[in-house]
Design a protein around this ligand. Structure first.
Ligand SMILES: N[C@@H](CCC(=O)N[C@@H](CS)C(=O)NCC(=O)O)C(=O)O
Length: 254
């Protein structure tokens, strides 16, 4: 049976799954499903028109967390989730923290680096991001220090899959990990950046971003969904968003 990952090097959630597949040493075909010519195929697989989608034979699985859990159920070798239930609960919490809190901030700030825009981010956006990221890093720092044996001493798993792409994106738009305040986070990310699976992922996305103008991805109308909207609105950028919708620059899940 062939495993296919419908993803995209621009998608943080698809990168999370690609890293998971590689840590589990599974062979898979990687299809960029955010190109114009794949749109209808993606709609058939996921009416929300979101990646990642994983197909394994006739099975179709959407949503990065569900996909990684599926992979551990179906292919238990090289598990991504810890075996001890208490540790699994913590790992899931930190997977969610990346998916629902960190990813929205990073992605909302990233548009001025790859989308086709002439303007600057709305005033205050980057400062709001900095403040909220600090709060997240405080929790992450504590969790990393309290792990029974923090990776890199064991093996990377779901928490690393979920955080890597977003951590790697930070410095592109002038946000960074403060190594004095968050040394464990800094070292942890440093360890990921030397691991071949994470290096390969960063290279795929780096190559993609260098070649943007040759691509058929939508870069004018931004795709808004779930927690990325919540963060923007809750931090007071609703008027800016209304402007985007009125100007026809916003699209929403199918
Ligand atoms: N909860 C979903 C979120 C997936 C998601 O937000 N996907 C984005 C890319 S990271 C997407 O496909 N957006 C459609 C687009 O950009 O056209 C997951 O964890 O897989």
């Amino acid at each position: 049976m062939t495993i296919c990952l419908y993803g995209s090097p621009i998608s943080t959630f698809a990168r999370k799954v690609a890293i998971g597949l590689e840590l589990k040493k599974l062979d898979y075909d990687l299809i960029d499903a955010l190109t114009a010519d794949r749109r209808e195929q993606l709609r058939q697989l996921n009416p929300r028109l979101e990646v990642p989608v994983l197909t394994d034979g006739d099975l179709v699985i959407v949503n990065s967390g569900d996909i990684l859990q599926y992979l551990d159920w179906r292919y238990p070798q090289y598990p991504l989730y810890p075996t001890a239930i208490e540790e699994r609960v913590v790992a899931r919490a930190f997977e969610r923290l990346a998916d629902q809190r960190f990813d929205p901030i990073v992605v909302d700030c990233s548009y001025w680096h790859w989308a086709e825009r002439e303007d600057e981010p709305p005033p205050g956006l980057l400062n709001a991001a900095r403040k909220d990221i600090d709060v997240l890093f405080e929790r992450l720092e504590t969790m990393l220090l309290s792990r029974p044996k923090p990776w890199p001493f064991q093996t990377p798993g779901v928490v690393e899959c979920a955080w890597f792409a977003n951590l790697a994106a930070l410095r592109t738009f002038g946000l960074a990990i403060d190594s004095e305040r968050f040394p464990a986070v800094k070292n942890w990310f440093g360890a990921m950046r030397t691991h071949p699976t994470f290096v390969a992922d960063a290279q795929r996305t780096g190559a993609f971003l260098r070649d943007l103008k040759h691509l058929t991805h939508e870069r004018k109308r931004l795709f808004w969904s779930g927690d990325r909207l919540e963060w923007l609105i809750s931090r007071g950028f609703h008027q800016w968003l209304v402007g985007e919708i009125d100007a026809g620059r916003a699209v929403f899940p199918g």
